[in-house]
Ligand binder design. Sequence first.
Ligand code: DO4
Ligand code: MG
Length: 281
Amino acid sequence: MRLYHLPSGSVVEKENEFFKLVGDPAWDELVNRDDLHAFLKNEDIHGARVDAEEVFSECLAPIGTQEVWASGVTYFSSRLARMEESKDAGGGDFYSRVYGAERPELFFKTTPGRVVGPGKSFRIRRDSTWDVPEPELTLFATTSGKIVGYSVGNDVSSRSIEGENPLYLPQAKTFDDCACLGPCLYIPEHPLEASTEIRMSVERGQNEVFSGSTTLSEMKREPEELIGYLYRELSFPVGVFLMTGTGIVPSPDFTLQVDDWVKITIDGIGELANQVAIKCD
Ligand code: DO4
Ligand code: MG
C-alpha cells in the first residue's frame, strides 16, 4: 500500500484505487504506529474515492514534523567518490575507515521545513561549484524504532564543500530546500527485497545528461542496523526519516545546473521528480 499526503488530507492507494482516510487523521499520528500496514488495510477507514490524477498533482512530501537523518558511505561507489573528492584535504582515509567500521556514519540532514515534495524545486548552494543529487532509499521508523514505511529521497549535496574539508559536512548537506522526499510512503507487508532497484536520471532541456542505477543488494548495511545505531541515544516522539546513503555517483565532471530535472525511481515506491533552483535575493 502507498500513503499520500495531500493538502486536503491523507490518501491510501490499495490495488490501484485511491481512498481518503476517514476522520482525516493528523499525519504524525497516522504514520507513527507499529501496526501501520494492518491499520491502513482495514477498509473501515477507507473513505471517498479520489482520482489518481488529483493525488499525483497535489501530493506533498510524506512528512509531518519528523526530523530527517542520513547515512553515509553505505555503498562501495560512495566510499570511492568520497575518497577521491577529499584526497587533497587528506580526508580519504576517514571514508574508507567508516565503510569498514562497525559503527555507520549517521548525520542530521534536515528539518521538515527544508524538505521539498514531488514536482517542487530544490536548491543548490551559491557558494558551491560541484553539486550532485544523491538518490537514496529513505526509511520511516516509528517511535519504537520499527521500520514501517519507505520513500524516495534525494540527499542533495555539495561535493566541493565536503571535499574541501570533511568537517564542512553540515554545510555541504544542510541548507534551504536541500532534500527531496516522495512521492508517497510505501507500506509493504514485508521488508523490501535486496533486488529492489534505484534508478536516477538527470534531464537538461531535451537531453538526458546522466543516468544510473543500483540495487539494495549493493548496500553494505542493513536498514535495521542503521536504525539501531540512530536510536541508541536518541528518541523520536513522532518517528523519523532516515536516508540510507547513495549508491549512484555521477562521474567527477558532472555538476547539477539550474533548471535540471532529477528523476529518481525506486521499485514499488514510485518516481520522485524535482527541478534545480538557486536561492534568489
Ligand atoms: O560522508 C559523507 C556523506 C556521504 C553520503 O551522503 C552518502 O554516502 O550518501
Ligand atoms: Mg547521501
